[in-house]
Ligand binder design. Structure first.
Ligand code: ASN
Length: 333
């Protein structure tokens, strides 16, 4: 599809009232530029608050990587819909664009920094249909963090404190922006602790599509635990339960996923075999586990654009990006 057609299609969808596709910057009307500016101020505030909180809690701030032989397989994950994985040959080796820095986090946390975070650009070429979910971008940023020897409960408490503080802060410092965005009245500071559900309860109540339906009905950020997914999340193989968690935002859905991690070699190998994950793509992780240099840890990743979408009441995640990366729509910038 030509670029002009793609933009026409996004505008047509917007007109049909389905989902408003964010336009490239040069096409914004004056009032839309003003709205973008407001969202940018909230973004700046959110980044300052989040990074300040993590640094203040003794975390080291690492810089991200884009190309590595190893990246997150994003498989098996019931929520994943990756159309294409970006692999390029450089210096005679196959390097992959970062889908998430989970493996880097586990290694860095084990060997060097017991508390770390990264503002990490993730490239996930989602299927085109995901454009209309309003929650997917093919490039986005996670605040990805990891803590050596932490429990899931400790991580969840940390996140609750940081997010509740963020909303309280935005409400007191950026009330003009929130009023302009029509979000001042209904954005409430979430009470701590957030409620916690087991995925099995929700599946029982809502069926396989529990996530969207459940997120529609909640009024505050809510945890869901015990979600079957990638090999690196801790699983009790006897019980068939997972020590992991997603944080869902009212109407907006998942904003964070995280877990206590696997660190034992035999278990990692067993799970990779079971899930058809290629061990040769995780050589260093497995080597460290075999040598018992991989340490227990727990962490998570906060999707920055999704978080800001919720704060500002965006209709599409691309509204929080100056250069929207909407599945199926590749703009010049
Ligand atoms: N950041 C996530 C985590 O820490 C992993 C992911 O994004 N797939 O578990």
């Amino acid at each position: 599809m030509s670029k002009v057609k793609a933009i026409q299609r996004s505008v047509a969808m917007a007109e049909s009232g389905l989902v408003e596709m964010p336009k490239p910057l040069e096409q914004l009307r004056e009032d839309e530029v003003e709205r973008k500016q407001c969202i940018c101020r909230v973004m700046t505030h959110a980044l300052r608050h989040l990074t300040g909180e993590f640094v203040g809690s003794g975390f080291e701030w690492l810089l991200p990587v884009i190309f590595s032989k190893t990246t997150d397989p994003l498989w098996p994950d019931p929520g994943a819909s990756i159309e294409k994985r970006i692999e390029v040959e450089i210096y005679g080796e196959t390097a992959r664009a970062t889908q998430s820095m989970i493996v880097h986090k586990m290694v860095a946390c084990s060997l060097v920094q017991p508390r770390l975070f990264i503002l990490s650009p993730n490239v996930r070429i989602e299927k085109k249909e995901r454009a209309s979910s309003g929650a997917h971008a093919y490039e986005f940023t996670q605040l990805d963090f990891e803590v050596r020897n932490a429990t899931s409960r400790e991580i969840r408490s940390l996140v609750e404190k940081v997010l509740s503080g963020l909303v309280s802060n935005v409400k007191s410092c950026l009330s003009e922006e929130l009023i302009y965005l029509g979000r001042n009245d209904d954005l409430a500071v979430p009470p701590i602790p957030f409620r916690l559900y087991d995925r099995r309860e929700l599946e029982h109540e809502y069926g396989r599509d529990w996530e969207t339906q459940f997120a529609r009905g909640i009024c505050n950020p809510t945890w869901v635990t015990n979600i079957p997914r990638e090999f690196y999340d801790f699983e009790d193989l006897e019980e068939g339960t997972w020590d992991n968690y997603d944080l869902l935002l009212p109407k907006y859905g998942e904003v964070l996923s995280g877990a206590r991690r696997e660190w034992e070699y035999s278990k990692l190998v067993r799970k990779m075999r079971r899930d058809n994950v290629r061990q040769e793509n995780y050589e260093i992780l497995l080597k460290l586990a075999r040598e018992r240099r991989l340490k227990p840890s727990a962490g998570g990743g906060i999707g920055i654009e999704r978080l800001v979408s919720w704060v500002v009441g965006a209709k599409h995640i691309g509204e929080t990006q100056l250069f929207p990366k909407i599945p199926g729509l590749v703009y010049d910038l």
